[in-house]
Design a protein around this ligand. Sequence first.
Ligand code: SAH
Length: 230
Amino acid sequence: MSNLQRMLDDIEMEVNLTRHLIGKHALDGRVMEAMKQVPRHKFLPEGFRSLAYDNSPAPIGWGQTISQPYIVALMTDLLNPKPTDTILEIGTGSGYQAAILSKLVKQVYSLEVIGELADKARLRLKKMGYDNVTVKTGDGHSGWLEHAPYNGIIVTAATSYVPEALLEQLAIGARLVIPVGLAYSYQELTLIEKKANGGIESRNILDVNFVPLVGRHGNGTKASGDVHDR
Ligand code: SAH
């Protein structure tokens, strides 16, 4: 069996194991197809490429990690992406999550606070032909007003609270997927939906362990450590 097929099987198995928490026993077929199409090894530093199809996070430098494939697939599924959507991602990292989204939606805007990571991800995505992803260096706490409102927002670092700007930049009926909780501890992967009356509905999905969203009122003050998500 190929390493890629093993990764897809592992995701399916973990989805099934967590079906009571996530409320389904299989993810959207389009999401699984995107997971199949994007070569994860190309997003990892050379020394870690042999581990690219393990269902686990991996270091990408600057104390940051590429998330576990199951978590990437789950968060993408929770976002409920549609081909006409414009999505905002906070925490570009390697660009892998953005590449997955790029297969599923019209346009992806992605913000990364570490300039070197943003530059590397931008170059990588361009070389690989993911033309509908725009990466910018910046602090995700303020979102990216210029292209708002978004049909979905995904935050791939943990915050102790939900930044107000992200709620404001969400379209009516759109979803925000965000790990909320303490830094270097477990957080709740939270699914938020903006209702027609402007109110929000929030649901905790399951425990996750992300690196903190840093900057302004973030959990940590600087990016450091080597905390892995699940
Ligand atoms: N989605 C990434 C993994 C993200 S790891 C991938 O697919 O590879 C979390 C990322 O969030 C790190 O790269 C970190 O530098 C970034 N980050 C942390 N705080 C941030 C902030 N305030 N604004 C934008 N990005 C931030």
